[in-house]
Write a protein that binds this ligand. Structure first.
Ligand SMILES: [Zn+2]
Ligand SMILES: [Zn+2]
Ligand SMILES: [Zn+2]
Length: 305
């Protein structure tokens, strides 16, 4: 807050300062003549100091001029972050600002670390571990056929979020998502079969967990919710089947080449009789290759022993 008002002042000072500076510049040209004369007494030192001040003034004005110009060019909404960027090199920051800046920097540092160690960590990062439940988890061919698709990718973390990227929870206007159980604004599905609350999925959940676009689902008069299709992978439905919740594995399954969590689960856990038939999509063949390699590695280890 204090920074904001201080900055404003600086910017406001600029126009009033510029005429006085041009006056200085004018007298400066006079000073150049005396410099040529090469006076060596106190008056020349005075000139040097004065010139130095003018130089500094010019530089400062230059910076302010640029700042002012860039502020004028940017749309008003984008000004605050721009101002912040400009202020970062200032040395005398209050401790409050410093700590808040460190907080925003922290995730960046973390990401850099992850990128650096990625070669050793990558295989571990893509390991998906779902604790075993009371029942074995297998899927039928019919369930695989019930996997959805979309023509247009759904943009995650936008619909139902505010300008700062925070999800908007609204206990009154919001709709509860069957998957994430959050009452949020934004597009939600409606099931044409059950027409129940269980058919309400938010756009992000529908895309990450089932690979479907909520806008397309809502234009499709035959769209059925994942629970009605028997492929719901929400924690409650999974527990009801004796399976443990998957946790947030979307980024992992996505990196492995699967369209969604549902695609990953169903394509990797088809019942054995179906597996022998071996339909191979891209992700399937990748997985087969991975598992073959693992088996080969195991064999090699066995031989060594
Ligand atoms: Zn949701
Ligand atoms: Zn339904
Ligand atoms: Zn469910």
């Amino acid at each position: 807050m204090g920074m904001g008002t201080r900055r404003k002042k600086i910017v406001e000072e600029e126009p009033s300062q510029s005429p006085s500076l041009s006056e200085d510049g004018g007298s400066d040209s006079q000073g150049e003549g005396s410099e040529d004369a090469g006076s060596d007494d106190g008056s020349s030192r005075y000139e040097q100091v004065r010139e130095q001040r003018i130089k500094e003034n010019m530089e400062r004005m230059h910076k302010l001029g640029l700042l002012d110009l860039s502020l004028k060019l940017k749309p008003p909404k984008k000004n605050p972050p721009h101002k912040k960027k400009k202020t970062t090199p200032e040395p005398n920051l209050s401790p409050q600002r410093r700590s808040s800046r460190i907080m925003t920097l922290a995730p960046v540092n973390y990401n850099e670390k992850r990128v650096r160690d990625s070669s050793s960590k990558e295989s571990k990062e893509l390991e998906i571990f779902i604790p075993e439940g009371t029942n074995p988890e297998f899927y039928t061919e019919e369930q695989e056929k019930f996997l959805g698709d979309c023509e247009t990718a759904w943009e995650l973390y936008v619909d139902g979020y505010d300008e700062d990227g925070n999800r908007i929870y609204d206990p009154i206007k919001g709709e509860t998502c069957h998957q994430c159980r959050q009452k949020t604004l934004g597009e939600h599905t409606q099931c044409n079969k059950c027409e129940l609350l269980q058919g309400q999925f938010c756009g992000d959940c529908l895309y990450m967990r089932y690979g479907e676009n909520v806008m397309e689902a809502n234009q499709n008069a035959n769209w059925m919710c994942p629970p009605c299709r028997g492929i719901c992978n929400c924690s409650r439905c999974r527990r009801g089947k004796g399976w443990m919740p998957t946790g947030n594995i979307y980024s992992k399954v996505s990196k492995l080449g699967f369209k969604s969590v549902a695609h990953y689960l169903i394509k990797t856990r088809r019942s054995e009789s179906d597996e022998l038939e071996g339909s191979a999509s891209g992700a399937d063949s990748t997985l087969n290759r991975l598992s073959t390699r693992t088996l080969a590695q195991r064999d090699a280890e066995d031989l060594r022993e």
